[in-house]
Design a protein around this ligand. Structure first.
Ligand code: KG4
Ligand code: ZN
Length: 422
């Protein structure tokens, strides 16, 4: 055991020999997520007991994107419900009437000073259930949408007070990197064959972020580049909106891009040749590792506006445009990531974030890596773990718990919308 900890660079932490339970909260964007996990001896010894994601997609669909104040209101409504469901699934929910001491009540009122509805719902919850045996909380503190982050952070602080458990504040981007390590096989590599994975290049691509990160090892990062304007997922969402496709745009564009030309031409609305489009690959040859996707969205908009109504509303045009937009985004992401992997002699490329669920992105990576001599290993999370979830937050919190690092009192936790990983 000591050998495993040593190889992985983990100190023997106070409770490393205990079986512990961790509850993680994630509300950085529009999904209300809570997970309960069990851990104990080392990084391999981690098991998810429950994970609930309450999606707000239907609510934000009519706006074509996430509305922060609306998302916060939904989090406040959902958090106690998602907590109940996740504790129930983890077999940790027991009914018991409790009275809340005045002294404690004052503290809860202080924590939820700006969230009166959440305060009411929280007090209602803790008045009905027995304290579950949770030893540690982990909560996403940033980066993300500030009002959304605060609802999760304050909820975790109140839970920490109730359960008398410490909190690990988690960086959302780092959590997306950790989503890859939810797989036991990948954790085994990280522990037993660290040199086969690190240094790594992580590409984190979501609705709010596009970052290329040098991962010297888990916990040690350097940002190589990021988007100068729209994130890759945001570009998918905005382009989908122009084309009249539903939110979230990424999955909608991916789905429509898969239609084969032969099938599209059967529509016979307009001639395929009149629908051809060619978009730029922004910053593909720039010497840095930055990205820019807002010009791409504008190029789609101009192309769309100058087409006759009959063409731009045809299935043929929408399909070809969606496919070309996906190709443009994916090609830039792959090209720059591979260049970084070569420059930093990366042993692996780690993907994460909603856009990493994209099949075309993964297949282009595989194709390019297969042509390299001793190319890097490609890691990507399972599809349902690519988008926001609390499992990755729980694992990240567990990692720092094993290192006896970043463990804080609830009073010292705050949200930070533009938190940096390094
Ligand atoms: O990581 P995530 O769930 O939330 C943020 O942290 O933003 O990512 C959501 C983003 C959305 O912009 C969505 O359109 C995009 O990920 N996305 C995809 C796919 N699935 C989700 N983009 C491309 N292809 C997909 N299959
Ligand atoms: Zn995310």
């Amino acid at each position: 055991m000591a050998f495993l900890l040593q190889r992985f660079g983990l100190k023997e932490s106070l409770g490393y020999y205990k079986i512990m339970k961790i509850l993680a909260v994630e509300t950085s964007c529009d999904d209300t997520c809570i997970a309960v996990a069990k851990g104990g001896r080392n990084f391999l010894n981690f098991e998810i007991l429950s994970s609930i994601v309450s999606s707000q997609v239907k609510i934000h669909r009519k706006f074509g994107g996430v509305y922060p104040s609306l998302a916060r209101r939904e989090h406040e409504k959902n958090l106690p419900l998602v907590l109940k469901e996740s504790l129930k699934k983890a077999d940790l929910l027991v009914r018991k009437k409790n009275t809340i001491e005045k002294k404690e009540l004052v503290l809860y009122e202080k924590i939820f000073a700006k969230e009166q509805n959440l305060l009411k719902r929280f007090l209602n919850f803790i008045g009905q259930y027995k304290k579950p045996k949770i030893h540690l909380l982990a909560v996403t503190v940033g980066p993300g949408l500030e009002p959304c982050l605060w609802s999760g952070v304050n909820f975790a602080k109140a839970l920490s007070l109730w359960l008398d458990a410490k909190i690990v504040p988690v960086n959302h981007i780092e959590a997306h990197i950790f989503s890859n390590f939810l797989s036991l096989e990948v954790r085994k590599l990280a522990v037993k064959q660290k040199d086969a994975l690190f240094p790594a290049i992580a590409l984190i691509v979501s609705g709010g972020h596009t970052q290329l990160i040098l991962v010297k090892e888990l916990g040690k990062y350097k940002i190589l580049g990021q988007t100068r304007d729209d994130a890759a997922g945001e570009a998918f969402d905005k382009i989908a909106r122009i084309l009249g496709l539903p939110y979230p745009g990424g999955p909608a564009i991916e789905k429509i891009s898969k239609y084969r030309n032969i099938e599209i031409s059967k529509c016979r609305n307009v001639e395929m040749s009149k629908c051809r489009v060619s978009l730029p690959r922004p910053m593909i040859f720039s010497k840095d590792y930055d990205f820019s996707f807002s010009g791409l969205k504008t190029a789609v908009l101009y192309n769309y506006q100058k087409r006759p109504k009959k063409i731009r509303e045809s299935k043929e045009y929408i399909t070809l445009m969606a496919r070309e937009a996906q190709e443009a985004i994916v090609e830039v992401l792959v090209k720059k990531t591979i260049r970084a992997a070569k420059e930093f002699k990366a042993k692996s490329i780690i993907l994460g974030g909603g856009v990493s669920a994209n099949e075309r992105l993964k297949s282009l990576f595989k194709e390019k890596i297969s042509k390299m001599v001793n190319g890097p290993l490609l890691l990507f999370p399972e599809k349902h773990l690519a988008t926001d979830n609390a499992q990755m937050v729980a694992l990240c919190g567990y990692f720092y718990w094993l290192k006896s690092d970043k463990i804080k009192n609830w009073k010292n936790i705050k949200a930070c919308a533009d938190l940096k990983i390094a």
